[in-house]
Design a protein around this ligand. Structure first.
Ligand code: PLP
Length: 388
């Protein structure tokens, strides 16, 4: 009998959480259009508004500041735009500054022309360089329009936590707008849009145990909003037209509710498992490099290099052993196996880094099995200096 699979790629996507599954099964019969005024419509509307409260609570925001989208990529494309409104007054944003380690969903610059997008470098520690950010904003051409800055709270490849609170102070001192991609941080770090000082947060359902096809753009207030990306019937208070993806939103809400209520338990267990994994890894292969191990990281992520093992070869070798992990970002459009995050950190992308990411269903036995597979694959490498 084939051995069961071991899923260790939670930063790519999480399995559906039981709470999301149950909420969606209950919602299958909620067929009313949430924008209809009759009883059927109101029943669906009530379920969507419950989800909005659940997502808002996870982000320390107000429910009326949550706009549901089809995912984080859409939320990014909605908010990364030169065209904003402050109430009824148009507000021009002339330039976007994104960190070099952003997910492509933001790094591509949304609706800004390519020549209106600049990168903020990271230090060799994988942390965004705030001194450079300050300098970039100091020379920003203010009469042309305001600057916008986008920095992620936790990196999807290394898990390294970024100093978004300090970045917010710098951005505000220069009169800019600040967008934080909280996709990998939601449910893994305490999240509060006001405490961070961000104007906008981006979150995604499928990274926290909800279904794919839902996400949200969360704002700090109601006055400052981007020009909608999708026009039409004026749903989501005119910010995102189209009949809501009811089922996915309800599942997203339930997953957010579970992420909030299980926060302490989940994170303490996952941290213990990740620490045990890394200790086991070091014993199994003393030359292993764990990228960002000395930095503050989200507790579920381990980005590592086994010298001599290429990323693609490693990924296939683990898959053949029944273990699903990834070589960096699953949805990166970069060269296969080459991590733009490692490049930004000044490390050799040929190093071939692999990412293990854990989640709420990962068990002690999973870690034992992962360590055994790592030991086996590490032992099969050619000794350094031996020609291929
Ligand atoms: N931002 C980060 C940090 C991610 O890891 C991802 C997905 O991998 C995204 C954005 C895009 O999310 P979505 O799949 O909801 O569009």
């Amino acid at each position: 009998m084939a051995a069961s699979r071991l899923y260790l790629d939670w930063n790519a996507t999480a399995p559906l959480h039981q709470a999301a599954r149950e909420a969606m099964l209950r919602a299958l019969d909620l067929f009313g259009n949430p924008n209809s005024v009759h009883g059927e419509g109101r029943a669906t509307r009530a379920a969507i508004e419950t989800a909005r409260r659940q997502v808002a609570r996870l982000a320390g925001a107000l429910p009326l500041h949550v706009v549901f989208t089809s995912g984080a990529t859409e939320a990014a494309n909605m908010v990364l735009t030169p065209e904003f409104r402050m109430g009824r007054t148009p507000l021009a944003i002339s330039h976007l500054y994104v960190s070099a380690i952003e997910h492509p969903a933001l790094r591509e610059g949304g609706r800004f022309a390519r020549d209106r997008v600049s990168e903020i470098p990271v230090t060799s520690d994988g942390v965004v360089d705030l001194a450079v950010l300050d300098t970039l904003l100091a020379v920003h051409d203010k009469p042309a329009g305001l600057p916008m800055v986008a920095i992620m709270l936790a990196n999807n490849e290394t898990g390294i936590v970024q100093p978004v609170g300090d970045a917010a102070k710098i951005v505000k001192a220069h009169g800019g707008l600040f967008v934080v991609d909280a996709v990998q941080a939601a449910g893994r770090l305490p999240l509060d849009i006001n405490e961070i000082g961000a104007d906008f947060l981006i979150v995604s359902s499928h990274k926290i145990g909800g279904p794919k096809g839902a996400g949200a753009l969360i704002s700090r207030g109601e006055v400052l909003m981007p020009k909608p990306l999708i026009h039409g019937g004026g749903q989501e208070k005119g910010h995102r037209s189209g009949t809501e993806n009811t089922l996915a939103i309800i599942g997203f809400g339930a997953a957010a509710g579970a992420a909030f209520s299980e926060f302490e338990m989940r994170n303490s267990t996952v941290k213990m498992l990740r620490d045990r994994l890394e200790n086991g890894m070091r014993l199994a292969a003393s030359d292993v490099i764990i990228h960002g191990a000395e930095q503050e990281r989200i507790v579920n992520t381990c980005f590592f290099t086994l010298p001599g093992l290429k990323a693609e070869t490693g990924q296939i070798a683990f898959d053949l052993e029944g273990v699903a992990l990834s070589a960096g970002s699953a949805c990166s459009a970069g060269k296969l196996g080459e991590s733009h995050v490692l490049v930004a950190m000044g490390r050799d992308p040929q190093l071939g880094a692999l990412r293990i990411s854990l989640g709420f269903a990962t068990t002690d036995e999973d870690i034992d099995r992962a360590i055994a597979v790592i030991a086996k694959i590490a032992g099969r490498r050619k000794p350094a200096g031996v020609a291929a």
